[in-house]
Write a protein that binds this ligand. Structure first.
Ligand SMILES: C[S@@+](CC[C@H](N)C(=O)[O-])C[C@H]1O[C@@H](n2cnc3c(N)ncnc32)[C@H](O)[C@@H]1O
Length: 377
């Protein structure tokens, strides 16, 4: 950690935002719709809940310019707040829409049953799908996909299809997020501690995730308040926003870390989603050269300055970030925002592989009243 020492971070730890594994086990972090689909790089809903409760009241309008898997949107709707989310990735927007819209559980259940009854089809496919799926798995996914056409529950069906497709890839069980080449032969599985065979079918995943989705949507339906949500598939630098945003709670991408399009490649291939990876800020493919980091900072400044212009009087911004390059003081100043507080939270590491001290910070920002803000206007 450059600059900021561990002792300094410890001194600013907010214990209400730091949980041990036993205080906040995985099943809590992935409650109801938060586990509708895996997504690398989300923050825990409990963190968002505390941040929203601290500063905003039911009826507030909350915005997340980097909505990702929709954690902010879901938590806002449960607390009776209206929500707007923006993301440049089409798949993330689809996921946000399914997670945060008012669910029609009965319709989802019957449409999923119809999709599960579709026979497998052997149809022309893409090179990528051919490489990553056994023929049987591909045909089962293609059969289910036929049910999407004209379905009133198309988004829900698409998410179940995508989740099953993720599990049915020819990847080792222990490397669902990291595999670079398909496995075609039996392999030693570090997860199950035995020899496993490459996946050859998708039907059992489709069945399992269809049932799980219905259960999770029903749980969420009982908690969700009657509020408005909109999901905008756009670049947060120039997305069309309404005025009167009361608060922002977000976790931005960070330079060179996560590839937000490629991690869901199967969904783009199967659903024919539009690829806008060229607009990703801090894209993994750009790396962390000085030039890439400077472009990242310029991009985040644009997003925050654009967002600031749509804040209601008294509105505030919470940014959750591991700012190890210490970029955010300058980003905030350039975006016309003033740093009100910088608190730290101790992030629990779940596995030995990524063990070690890890901190995130929550930056609370408000529009600056200074000349710098006027200049950034
Ligand atoms: C750290 S993730 C957000 C995760 C989110 N807090 C959650 O819990 O799921 C950052 C998100 O920013 C999105 N993103 C990157 N560049 C963007 C841009 N120019 N406009 C809008 N979204 C962008 C990525 O697609 C990614 O989903």
């Amino acid at each position: 950690m450059a600059g900021r020492t561990q002792a300094e971070l410890y001194a600013r730890i907010d214990s209400e935002l730091s949980w041990s594994e036993s205080e906040l086990p995985e099943r809590e972090r992935t409650k109801h719709v938060h586990r509708l689909h895996p997504y690398l790089g989300k923050y825990p809903p409990q963190l968002v809940e505390v941040l929203l409760r601290r500063r905003f009241a039911p009826g507030a309008l909350i915005y997340d310019p980097f909505a990702g898997s929709g954690t902010t949107l879901v938590e806002a709707t449960v607390l009776g707040m209206h929500a707007i989310g923006c993301d440049v990735s089409a798949f993330n927007c689809l996921l946000c829409e399914v997670k945060a819209s008012p669910p029609d559980v009965a319709a989802a259940e019957s449409e999923l049953a119809r999709a599960l009854a579709m026979p497998p089809v052997d149809e022309p496919t893409t090179k990528w799908l051919e490489r990553w799926y056994a023929p049987g798995a591909r045909a089962e996914l293609a059969g289910f996909r036929r049910a999407l056409e004209g379905s009133p529950q198309r988004p829900v069906l698409s998410i179940v299809l995508s989740r099953a497709a993720r599990s049915a890839r020819r990847v080792p069980h222990h490397a669902l997020d990291e595999a670079r080449t398909p496995v075609l032969e039996p392999y030693w599985c570090h997860k199950h501690r035995r020899t496993c065979r490459p996946v050859e079918e998708a039907a059992r995943f489709l069945r399992r995730y269809a049932a799980d989705t219905v259960r999770r949507l029903a749980e969420y339906a009982a908690l969700r308040k009657d509020v408005a949500v909109s999901v905008l598939h756009a670049d947060a630098r120039d997305v069309d926003l309404p005025d009167g945003i009361d608060g922002v709670v977000t976790s931005p991408p960070y330079p060179g870390l996560i590839d937000y399009h490629e991690q869901h490649r199967y969904a783009y291939e199967l659903l024919g989603l539009e690829d806008r990876r060229a607009l990703e800020l801090g894209a993994a493919a750009e790396g962390t050269t000085r030039r890439a980091v400077a472009a990242y900072c310029d991009g985040i400044v644009e997003v925050l300055a654009h967002t600031r212009r749509h804040l209601a009087p008294g509105g505030g911004v919470a940014i959750v970030v591991n700012d190890r390059r210490e970029l955010y003081d300058d980003i905030a100043r350039r975006a016309g925002l003033r740093l009100e507080s910088r608190i730290a939270r101790h992030v629990n590491r779940r596995t030995g592989r990524r063990a070690g001290e890890y901190f995130e910070e929550v930056l609370w920002l408000r529009p600056a009243r200074s000349r710098a803000a006027a200049a950034a206007r």
